[in-house]
Design a protein around this ligand. Structure first.
Ligand code: COA
Length: 163
């Protein structure tokens, strides 16, 4: 049985993430979406809110579960029995950082491989920060996130000036 992990901050999950999740879930027996806790990025959404959104958006995928992790990704991978880490590559700019992480993780645990999926061209410019910025200025984010995430974003930003 091949178990894989798709890690990230998911603050919030975007259609670009969902595209990677749907495609990678079709390649493995089980995919764990691993939400990083204690992120230096000071997230807008709490871990529980991020998990809730991910669960809603991926509820149609029966071999996907959502978990959180703290500390090193590779330790979480080993603890979960995952042999594959999935990462999306949006543009060349992602490559250097992703290569460094993949190489380091492979030294730390040679039995865990990282595979890269190229992000759908439609979402190659997308990031959670851009979505938050657009929403923060009252812009339309319906092209970038699911209706549920859009609703959560509206609720979160109610009463705030900008993100
Ligand atoms: N579509 C749209 N956006 C995407 C995307 C896709 N397919 N793939 C990534 N992104 C965006 C994210 O929204 C995020 O945007 P943001 O910066 O505006 O929030 C950005 O790209 C990168 O985010 P993400 O993929 O979530 O990675 P991350 O940098 O937040 O976290 C971890 C990466 C969790 C894998 C990494 O930090 C980690 O492993 N941390 C644990 C400690 C560790 O083990 N370190 C490594 C030692 S080698």
């Amino acid at each position: 049985m091949t178990k894989a992990i798709y890690p990230g901050s998911f603050d919030p999950i975007t259609n670009g993430h969902t595209d990677i999740i749907e495609r990678s879930a079709g390649m493995v027996d089980h995919l764990i979406i691993a939400v990083l806790k204690n992120n230096a990025k000071s997230p807008l959404f709490t871990v529980d809110e991020r998990i809730e959104m991910i669960k809603k958006v991926t509820s149609h995928l029966k071999n996907v579960s959502v978990e959180t992790f703290d500390g090193l990704l590779i330790d979480f991978a080993k603890k979960s029995g995952a042999s594959v880490i999935v990462r999306g590559l949006r543009a060349v700019t992602d490559f250097e950082y992703e290569l460094q992480m993949a190489q380091t993780n492979r030294v730390l645990a040679p039995s865990v491989d990282t595979i890269f999926l190229t992000t759908n061209l439609k979402y190659s410019y997308l990031s959670s920060s851009i979505v938050k910025e657009i929403a923060g200025y009252g812009g339309d984010i319906s092209e970038f996130v699911s209706p549920y995430v859009e609703k959560m974003m509206k609720e979160k930003l109610k009463g705030r000036d900008t993100v």
